[in-house]
Design a protein around this ligand. Sequence first.
Ligand code: ADP
Ligand code: MG
Length: 627
Amino acid sequence: MSTQAETKQFQAETRKVLDIVINSLYTERDIFVRELVSNASDALEKFRHLSLTEQPEFDAHVPLEINLDCDDKKHTLTITDTGVGMTAEELEENLGTIAHSGSGKFVEELAEAAKKDVSLIGQFGVGFYSAFMAAKTVTVQTRSWDGSNGHEWHSDGNGSYTISPCDGLHRGTKIIIELKDDAEEYGQKFTLERIIKQYSTFIPFPVKVEGNKVNTVEAIWSRSKSEITDEEYSEFYKFVGNAYDEPTFRLHFAADAPLAINALLFVPKDNFENLGMGRMDPGVNLYCQKVLIDQHSKSILPEWLRFIKGVVDSEDLPLNISRQSLQDNALVMKLRKVITKRFLKYMTEEAKKDSEKYLTFWKTFGIFIKEGVTSDFEYQKELAPLLRFESSATEAGSMTSLQEYVDRMAEGQEEIYYINGPSRGAIENGPYVEMFKKRDIEILYTLEPIDDFVLSHLGEFDGKKLLSADRADLRLPESTEKDEQAQDDASGEEKLAEAVQTSLCKWMKEILGEKVKEVKSSTRLVDSPAMIVNADGYMTSSMERILAAQGKSGQDNPMAMSGKKEMEINPANSLIKKMADLRTKDQDFAKDVAEQIYDNAMIQAGLLVDPQEMVNRNYRILERMSA
Ligand code: ADP
Ligand code: MG
């Protein structure tokens, strides 16, 4: 082994991160202390867990703690932990590169976030590199728990670093920071004490500044609710979630049966996935008797609850369980089920208590609830009451639950109706809601394309089928006599004779060919001449749109749904009546009109038409102006 220092270049992405950290984030300098202390705590947690599974022998007696020491004359700050430490390979891997997959994108997102809101960087785990906000140079001396030789890493943050062997180290890591001239305050005891008290109270190991312990080292989740103040909860949230905002909901509960559980869960204010930061890691840590078993656990909650931050502690888990075996551990699965159901029940109750507050949650995190419905059959029943949609009975922008819809249903209505569209206005002016409006039947407006997947996955609510209004087989509830009366009074329009209707439909089908399965007279249209409906009971137009965008369907695809489409025409509509007449006089012109009506109906369904063909036809029709 060479005793020379080896000089290495930072990975290109790392250099960019360093550049951002040093130049844009220095207004929030305190966070570097928090980041380094939290790394020290992570390393100690790892060791504590390892010592249960591996029985390490090297330096086994060294107490688990974090020490901060400063020298106000030399202007240095030293942070020492007795955690797992790092081997030379780990040093290079962890402190020379950005371990994120797709790190190029990561750096771009980080740069964006740094511009928008400095507090977002915590979410990125730039962690260690934040030391360079305050450091002229950083030296890391570390020795792994496995007892292999120690090493020293050194850098001034300008492009390169060195790694050299270092003798005489105990297990763990020492980080020595030579402070910049304008960062000398971090060489003072009271500054460090202030920062630890502010950010690191909940570190589960003693944190000592110049030998004096400054934190309390206790597991807040195991204390009784009545003893914990809102401030403490909020501080713990910030600690555990690496967050800077305030939590909007919190659920703290303990149970003994069927499993011993202590859980403290928080809903954050912001959805970081919405802020364009890629997929979040899960935010709940799994403990057993206050020992961290699995940080950011993928096992303890379903994936679609990854926005929740907090802690789950269960005494029933075997302490020496390995992280790998958590995934398919029967006990963990049981825990997950109990906690998930408990959380969903809690949110349902909160929604009842304060619907406005819940709506804010829904607007931020509803997408995760929808993800749950479409990806996780197990919790559909618990998730359904949390869904919210606009509807014909709500004001623009406000929303209804499925339960409220059901409560408003008139006698005789057995089903729940919905229709997708790009906006409330587009839906309300489109053909699908005409009969609903006229008959005063409530219809949900699903404004997001994914909503139709959600509702068709759900299938029913409270025993009532959920049906899209663009289904071909949709039958509205039997109309009452009063309705019939109103209908006759209102329309007043003479319908085409039955025989004419039949032959007109047949003729249109011939013209449209394979584009439609059938052309039928509508009983649902009031004003519009025509509409497209889906014969496939599962697929709605909005779902087809998504599949088309993904290249899974669409016009070029022989398997496309178009074979399953039907067109309904309105036999009382004046345009349809004129077309029936025109057929006998000017076949070519009538054919253009029929095709144009079809294209228009497709557009109203949000589906694609061939624009060039349509424009040419349109001009041919406009040509008639002078005639
Ligand atoms: P993160 O903590 O989000 O992983 P950091 O940049 O803070 O990112 O740290 C990078 C990695 O360096 C850590 O994941 C860890 O493997 C290693 N590391 C940092 N500090 C220490 C330490 N005090 N002891 C052991 N390993 C550490
Ligand atoms: Mg870190």
